[in-house]
Design a protein around this ligand. Structure first.
Ligand code: BES
Ligand code: ZN
Ligand code: ZN
Length: 492
């Protein structure tokens, strides 16, 4: 969708639909529109009280639009950026059913004094764009986009900030939608090779350098984790690396590592059949990092960015790894594989070791790593494990800002003790309890002690079993906005 801003009288602009988000207090500055609609807004006041996530439709009358849609934001002092996203989602979906190709919009910035006006615009764009995501990527008859353009009408004093907010929102939404598309794509369309091709596309639009290592090279360098997990699949494993250097001064170096298991059958430790198709989303961490890279580059953040994505398909096969096998990882450590379904940690181990090599200021990984984390925290929260309070606090704050929230999880010596092996250095399976933490401890074995690192387990929120206001059930694309915002906080 196209997002522009202009000054002037909203009642005079030509469009299919005028959208007016309102708090439950008496609105100001709408007398011209009220007049143009034959007191339509005044008449609506007895029915429409601005209650959160309610709408009311008023005929456009002599205004430049066919209809005026009032959208309730709730009590002014209670409005958050998240309620803005939800109302935008509601408005966008109504605009679609009203077949409105063009919308004009007036945001009540004066009634929302506690919120930054650019954040209001940013979150409106996010909510509207994300709500209209089409999951039917493989339908033979594609649905055509209905809502094509949004024009924000503002006064002279606020237009610059609102415009900046629109640009930011477009970037955040674009990154999030890339992630959502990738987790939604079927696993036969998104093999490791295809994921590398998608990464190349992102690299091209985001002006990043992209290097892809194939299986022969990975074997040669000794990436035993990636090679081991992928060796049961006919689809070749890849290691995808994206890089960008900023010209901005005092830039931080940050490396992102994303789990890219394009399908997780569990391998020889085969998963049960029910809902196994959801494991096409086991590259949600990779998707989040690619989406974040797009946002970071579009917003020209002060960061030297690297993204590392080990991409594999975890299949059972004559050539697949077996429980009991010992792998020698890229770092040289040896790992006893006790469950081939605990594959994410095996490929991330190589990715994290590589990430630490050039001693970046921060390393963050995101992974759909454990069912245990999803069971502990549900689908609304990711779990964060970190050896750095600065990093953990930034992720927490970014979670509140983006509503892609996470919760701090424990990672201690005891969790490391759980993964000591009798035949190799460590094993890829912990105790029955605390599975999210023993998985994190495994990852930490491959992180240099002097590197600030955080691991975000997104197994819960990356796949939704029920729809949310701006995210239909299925792959959510969770993480792209969270990671990008974290980088914005770390580098501002
Ligand atoms: N990809 C799964 C984790 C997962 C579960 C993601 C549910 C999303 C939703 C991961 O590879 C896995 O299978 N983990 C095992 C680890 C166990 C064998 C130690 C798990 O969580 O059961
Ligand atoms: Zn698994
Ligand atoms: Zn997995």
């Amino acid at each position: 969708m196209r997002w522009t801003a202009t000054t002037g009288d909203i009642s005079k602009l030509k469009s299919d639909l005028i959208i007016i988000p309102l708090t439950s207090e008496k609105p100001k500055g709408l007398s011209a529109l009220d007049k143009a609609t034959g007191s339509g807004l005044t008449k609506a006041a007895s029915l429409f009280k601005g209650k959160l996530e309610t709408t009311h439709l008023v005929p456009g009358g002599r205004s430049g639009a066919d209809w005026v849609l009032l959208v309730g934001l709730g009590k002014g002092e209670e409005v958050s950026v998240e309620s803005i996203r939800r109302c935008a989602a509601l408005a966008a979906k109504r605009a679609k059913t009203l077949k409105a190709g063009s919308c004009t919009l007036k945001l009540p910035v004066d009634a929302l004094k506690d919120l930054d006006s650019s954040a209001i615009a940013r979150c409106w764009v996010e909510g509207a764009e994300l709500a209209l995501f089409e999951a039917g990527l493989c339908k033979s008859k594609k649905e055509k986009a209905v809502v094509k353009s949004w024009k924000l009408v503002a006064d002279k004093k606020s237009i610059a900030k609102l415009r900046a907010g629109l640009r930011e929102g477009e970037s955040y939404a674009a990154g999030s939608l890339v992630s959502r598309k990738l987790v939604t794509l079927p696993p036969n369309h998104l093999t490791p090779v295809k994921l590398a091709a998608e990464a190349r596309k992102v690299a091209k639009t985001a002006d990043l350098k992209c290097t892809v290592l194939g299986a022969a090279k990975l074997k040669q360098i000794g990436a035993g984790g990636i090679i081991g997990v992928g060796q049961g699949s006919v689809n070749e494993s890849k290691l995808i690396i994206l890089e960008s250097k900023t010209k901005r001064k005092n830039a931080k170096s940050i490396t992102l590592v994303g789990k890219g298991v394009t399908f997780d059958t569990g391998g020889i430790s085969l998963k049960p059949g029910a809902n196994m198709h959801e494991m096409k989303g086991d590259m949600g961490g990779a998707a989040a990092m690619l989406g974040a890279a797009l946002i970071v580059s579009r917003l020209k953040m002060r960061v030297n960015l690297k993204v590392i994505i080990p991409a594999v398909e975890n299949m059972p096969d004559g050539n697949a790894i077996k429980p009991g096998d010992v792998l020698k990882m890229l770092s040289g450590k040896t790992v006893e594989v006790l469950n081939t379904d605990a594959e994410g940690r095996l490929i991330l181990a190589d990715g994290l070791h590589l990430a630490c090599k050039d001693k970046p200021d921060f390393v963050i990984d995101a992974a759909t790593l454990t069912g245990a984390c999803a069971i502990a925290l549900g689908t609304q929260f990711a779990g964060t494990f970190s050896n750095s309070s600065v990093l953990a606090e930034s992720i927490d704050k970014a979670g509140c800002d983006t509503f892609e929230r996470s919760w701090p999880m424990p990672l201690t010596e005891e969790h490391h003790a759980d993964i000591v092996s009798s035949v190799a250095d460590i094993k890829n399976l912990g105790k029955r309890y605390g599975g999210a933490s023993s998985a994190a401890a495994f990852l930490e074995e491959f992180v240099d002690e002097d590197v600030n690192w955080a691991h975000i387990d997104i197994a819960g929120p990356s796949w939704l079993d029920a729809s949310l206001p701006y995210c239909a059930k299925g792959g959510s694309g969770f993480g792209a906005r969270l990671i990008a915002r974290t980088l914005q906080i770390l580098t501002d």
